[in-house]
Design a binder for this molecule. Structure first.
Ligand code: 4NP
Length: 154
């Protein structure tokens, strides 16, 4: 069982979208028993909330249904999960600074898995328009497929 935790700032846009896309890919490949998939945020401003309405609307336009409710990351996540995957450099830096010494989780940068698209982060869409949410889905579909290939081959 490989355990993955997707991380962004609020856990209402990018990381619940990543979790949903990755889970759908895992189901399509019949690998449900091999993966545990979750997401969390670096802050707790939206704890307990469903994903942002705009993210859910764009998700449904692409055939995805986001059911996750926002939760903040906790220290126990660093011992439970094998991979903790951040959406941008700010996420990665925050994860590295809170990672307990000796924890086994590997911190990964989502943008490093992009293969069809070139970007150095999955940018925060919160303060932007429709285009930003579409771009998040485009990047995450690319990176999730590559990440699943990477984990399936390793
Ligand atoms: P996310 O987007 O990190 O992709 O969930 C954001 C959601 C909320 C805020 C920032 C980014 N916020 O400042 O409340």
């Amino acid at each position: 069982m490989t355990k993955l935790l997707f991380i962004c700032l609020g856990n209402i846009c990018r990381s619940p979208m990543a979790e949903t896309i990755f889970r759908q890919l895992v189901q399509q490949r019949g690998l449900e028993d091999s993966f545990e998939i979750d997401s969390a945020g670096l802050h707790n401003y939206h704890e307990g909330e469903m994903a942002d309405n705009r993210m859910r609307r764009h998700a449904s336009m692409h055939g995805y249904h986001i059911t996750h409710r926002s939760r903040p990351i906790e220290l126990a996540d660093f011992s439970h999960f094998d991979y903790i995957i951040g959406m941008d450099r700010q996420n990665i830096r925050a994860l590295e600074s809170m990672q307990p010494v000796g924890s086994s989780a590997q911190i990964l940068d989502m943008a490093s898995f992009l293969r069809k698209h070139q970007a150095d982060s999955v940018p925060d869409p919160y303060y932007g328009g429709d285009q930003g949410f579409e771009y998040v889905i485009t990047l995450l579909e690319d990176a999730c497929a590559a990440l699943l290939d990477h984990l399936s081959n390793s």
